[in-house]
Design a protein around this ligand. Structure first.
Ligand SMILES: Nc1ncnc2c1ncn2[C@@H]1O[C@H](COP(=O)(O)OP(=O)(O)OP(=O)(O)O)[C@@H](O)[C@H]1O
Ligand SMILES: [Mg+2]
Length: 322
């Protein structure tokens, strides 16, 4: 088991910055998820942790040990790649056994460990099948078995369930969580599926265009998004203009000139454009009059914001990388 520290890491490809100033600590045994849209730098970050890329700036540490430029085979991380990276002409057995052979384990031990892990991912019947003759979902499970069989300190999973049908996906989610808890492996999981992130993770880091926007538990990220990007990326939300009235020290709904009670703490600054984020399940809509502290009226419809809205900064969409 290891903790993982990313200390201000930046990764540039030529003059393009794929990841900028990422600073975070993943605790021992934690299930930590990188969530964000395509191209936001999730795989690049994972590859820096695995050692396939070295950061342009900053440090990667496992348990306070500097690993920044240690080669991948000396890190004891198990990785499931987004494109699996299996050996197509080898059998399932040979693919899964590979990492153990490299580590010079005895033949009998290799056989036992490979069979055990294939049982877990339900691929035992395919043990002698060539990988190129498997379906996408089966290949994905071979990749998972190959990462698990070495009993890694850190498990890195890059969208490991994207090719599975809904039912198998659900089963494999539970299986991954079970294995992770059982072995206590520090796990970093990459996905752009917010439901997966919210249901599986201890904590989530939300990325956008190479920048980490927010780190928190699923509840924190859902209930207290820091900006409009996070609010919209995690679940459904309504973003309405809001103004900060300096003299009264209160928030007013934009246009309606109605004072709004909000959930503290709000953004770090009240400067710049602000929005209030209201989840659909928090709104009561009525054609007869409603009363209460956070009731808004538009023509003959009343909206009761039953949970106080949280205030988010709306500057994130303009984040530009140098
Ligand atoms: N080897 C490379 N050379 C140049 N640019 C790269 C390289 N690898 C990644 N990039 C760029 O860096 C950015 C981040 O890529 P990355 O693969 O980390 O995205 P991602 O978040 O994993 O996306 P996806 O969800 O589509 O897998 C992208 O704009 C990508 O084009
Ligand atoms: Mg990726």
């Amino acid at each position: 088991m290891s903790s993982v520290t990313l200390a201000n890491i930046t990764k540039r490809f030529g003059n393009f910055t794929a990841v900028k100033d990422l600073d975070l600590v993943i605790e021992e045994g934690e299930f930590f998820t990188f969530l964000g849209p395509s191209g936001c730098g999730k795989t690049t970050t994972l590859r820096m942790i695995a050692g396939f890329y070295y950061p342009s700036e900053g440090k990667v540490k496992f348990n306070e040990k500097d690993m920044t430029t240690v080669s991948p085979e000396n890190r004891n991380t198990g990785m499931v790649f987004q494109n699996y990276a299996l050996f197509p002409h080898m059998t399932v057995y040979e693919n899964v056994a590979f990492g153990l052979k490299v580590r010079k384990k005895k033949k009998a031990e290799i056989k036992k460990r490979v069979e055990d892990v294939l049982e877990k991912v339900r691929l035992k019947p395919f043990i002698d099948r060539q990988v190129s003759q498997l379906s996408g979902g089966q290949q994905q499970r071979v990749a998972l078995a190959r990462a698990l069989v070495i009993e890694p300190d850190i498990l890195l999973l890059d969208e490991p369930l994207s090719n599975l049908d809904a039912r198998l996906r659900d089963e494999m989610r539970n299986e991954i969580l079970r294995l992770q808890r059982e072995y206590g492996i520090t796990t970093i999981y990459v996905t752009h599926d917010q439901v997966e992130a919210l249901t599986m993770s201890d904590r989530i880091a939300v990325f956008n265009v190479g920048n980490c926007q927010q780190i928190g538990t699923p509840t924190e990220i859902y209930n207290q998004p820091v900006n409009d990007f996070v609010a919209e990326f995690i679940g459904e939300t309504n973003l309405l203009d809001v103004e900060w009235k300096q003299d009264e020290e209160e928030f007013y709904s934009g246009g309606l000139n109605r004072r709004i009670e909000v959930t503290p703490p709000g953004p770090e600054t009240n400067e710049g454009p602000l929005k209030m984020s209201i989840r659909p399940e928090a709104i009561q809509v009525s054609e007869t009059e409603l009363t209460g502290p956070n009731v808004l009226q538009e023509r003959s419809i009343w909206f009761n914001l039953q949970e106080k809205p949280c205030i988010v900064s709306s500057q994130s969409m303009r984040v530009k990388l140098l």
